[in-house]
Design a protein around this ligand. Structure first.
Ligand code: SF4
Length: 415
């Protein structure tokens, strides 16, 4: 015998079925204890109709061989369902609910249950839905990586920054990146001015820096084999980096002014912070170059990275540009150094300000940083939409929790 809550849920489903014609709701109705159909019979018909697609037609055709009393109850259910379906389209919601309750004798079921000594319950009006509120104002500092996360997927920003949901504990890829950054920071402490005459000393010192930095991050690698493989990869890549430094020095001598330089910027009252991997000064012109090491996948050309900036998909180098400009530097170069592939020569992606990246694009990026930080600090965002780009979900730490993520990209097979 159903209780009041079950009756209410049954009527809710019937109203929705009446409005939408959704067959799945009708299948739920026949399985309900309010349907008047024995549960095993209702479940059997629901399974059958799940395959054939039309429950009422299956009942009309008597697709299941049933004893007469059960067959009569199934036919009665079908008749009642059709009565509900025939209710006028313009029926007000309350009249619809009342007609459905009457058709299925729902109130009588509840009364009968109460008469049998069950807890006395009354059908209650549904509680008014609470109005959705915004997510609490973001009151901490901002960073380019937070805005990048928002640009990539607003839902990811919500999980990571608003909920502070538990992040993944890290991967060997992130440990590799951390260790490599540390090695280069140490190396340039000893060699702020690469010189061809010191080639051998630079190579040797680089090997020591990589060994030491990876030892310090050994816990980030799951197995000893993984650790050893990644150290070898880093050693090969680091030597290619030395090759590039020396070639660069011949072309345009430079000095490393700073490593892990703190970048702070006030944008319309909002504090942005970050760290610049390396800051260079061109020895001939005094111009400043901002350098960012990348041990993961990155844009492969200045044009590609410039497009990401224009589409507000990446704020990192624009943020560094504005932070150093505010600090009084004449920044002319923004450089990404790929350090992922040990088999390839190091070929940086260089954006020359005013040439391969327009000042207007950097200005627009700055304005967008202000807009986004203002929005995130407003507490007015009601909903953080998941991305439509399934590729962004591939390595997302919140995949399991994220019900709204787009369908996975089709698997690709190669011959
Ligand atoms: S799984 Fe995809 S949609 Fe969900 S938060 Fe992550 S990136 Fe966004």
């Amino acid at each position: 015998m159903p209780d009041a809550a079950q009756v209410r849920s049954f009527i809710d489903d019937a109203v929705r079925w009446r409005k939408t014609g959704d067959e799945a709701l009708l299948l739920r109705l026949i399985r309900s204890s309010c349907s008047g159909v024995p549960h095993d019979v209702g479940a059997a018909y629901a399974t059958l109709a799940g395959r054939t697609g039309d429950l009422l037609d299956a009942i009309d055709r008597g697709r299941l061989a049933l004893p007469p009393p059960e067959r009569d109850r199934v036919l009665l259910f079908a008749r009642r369902a059709r009565l509900v379906r025939a209710l006028p389209d313009d029926s007000p919601e309350e009249a619809l609910r009342s007609a459905i309750a009457t058709t299925f004798e729902a109130q009588e079921l509840v009364t009968l249950r109460q008469a049998q000594g069950d807890t006395v319950v009354e059908l209650a009006e549904p509680v008014e839905r609470e109005e959705a509120g915004g997510v609490a104002r973001w009151q901490k500092h901002f960073s380019a990586s937070a805005l990048n996360a928002y640009g990539e997927c607003a839902r990811k920003w919500f999980y990571r920054y608003a909920c502070a949901a538990v992040e993944d504990p890290g991967s060997s890829a992130s440990a590799y990146g951390t260790a490599f950054h540390l090695a280069l920071e140490d190396f340039h402490g000893d060699f702020p001015r690469p010189r061809g005459a010191e080639r051998s000393a630079m190579r040797s010192r680089m090997r020591e820096c990589v060994t030491w930095a990876f030892e310090r991050n050994r816990d980030g690698f799951e197995t000893r084999v993984e650790f050893e493989l990644q150290v070898r990869r880093a050693q090969r890549t680091a030597q290619r980096y030395v090759d590039w430094l020396l070639a660069q020095e011949l072309e345009a001598p430079f000095e490393v002014l700073g490593r892990e330089v703190s970048a702070e910027l006030d944008l319309d009252g909002r504090a942005f912070v970050g760290f610049i991997d390396r800051l260079d000064r061109d020895e001939r012109t005094g111009d400043i170059g901002v350098v960012d090491y990348k041990t993961g996948s990155i844009a492969t050309s200045a044009a590609e990275y410039g497009e990401k900036v224009r589409r507000f998909r990446d704020f990192q180098l624009p943020f560094y540009y504005w932070a150093r400009t505010a600090a009084g530097d004449r920044v002319t170069k923004l450089v990404l150094i790929p350090l992922k592939d040990a088999l390839l020569d190091v070929r940086p992606v260089v954006l020359e300000v005013g040439k391969t990246i327009k000042l207007a694009d950097l200005e627009r990026s700055r304005e967008r940083m202000i807009e986004l930080s203002t929005l995130l600090a407003s507490g007015e965002i009601r909903r953080f939409e998941p991305t439509e780009n399934a590729a962004a979900c591939t390595y997302c730490a919140y995949q399991t929790a994220c019900a709204g993520k787009p369908p996975a990209e089709a698997q690709r097979f190669g011959s």
